[in-house]
Design a binder for this molecule. Sequence first.
Ligand code: IPE
Ligand code: IPE
Ligand code: MG
Length: 243
Amino acid sequence: MKILRKKAGAADNLRIPRHIAIIMDGNGRWAKKRGMPRTAGHAVGAETFRKIATYCKNIGVDYLTVYAFSTENWKRPAEEVAAIMSLLEKYLNEAIEKMEKDKIRLYIMGNMTPLSPKIKELAAHTAAISEKLSGFQVNLCLNYGGRDEIVRAAKRYAEEYKNGGAPELTEESFERYLYSNGIPDPDLVIRPSGEMRLSNFLIWQSAYSELYFTDALWPDFDEKELDRAITAFNRRERRFGGI
Ligand code: IPE
Ligand code: IPE
Ligand code: MG
């Protein structure tokens, strides 16, 4: 058992998942309920993300992967997309300042091509800092789509194959072409906001993940909610196809 677990308040004797993945959903509804613009929900949701990332680190999680913006979220009004991008920019700037001190590695998963030059630059900067660090890692899924990830991986493999350097294609070798190369599969995938779907999140990697759904909206999600998810995870029997 990891010593910090108790200090952080999680229930005793719980196995802490090595990798937790979260679909940070419900920001818009949270704001609407309060008569506020959807963007206000995104701002509070960003705070929740900071809080939960710190908590995960303190209780001994190794990897936290969060879904921040999907390849489908471009369908939203331009102002909302801009507000989300600006919150992400703010977070990345902050991370650059603090990640060394906080010992948090930050890795961005997703198709960076259509993102602003500023975000690309910040992403490259966080990647460079992360290389020097070890320990807790946050994977921020940004313009991420599971199908897009798989197609991109197939293209990368085909390119290598054409050039004559590709390994034999197996599940294992294919994983090296995914954004998640080198990261263990999520043990637990959490989706707040009452929706029970993956919405194109980690569709390859979650093949055997435990799924946990809660009605709490992401801005209301807190350490207790995470404890509840981990408690539920502890009751699951993972068989991976065996008996
Ligand atoms: C999740 O909250 C944040 C993003 C998808 C960027 P939503 O904005 O989807 O909130 P709801 O689902 O409309 O309440
Ligand atoms: C999934 O939430 C994407 C993120 C949380 C970033 P959505 O709100 O976009 O998903 P749907 O549209 O309800 O499936
Ligand atoms: Mg949503």
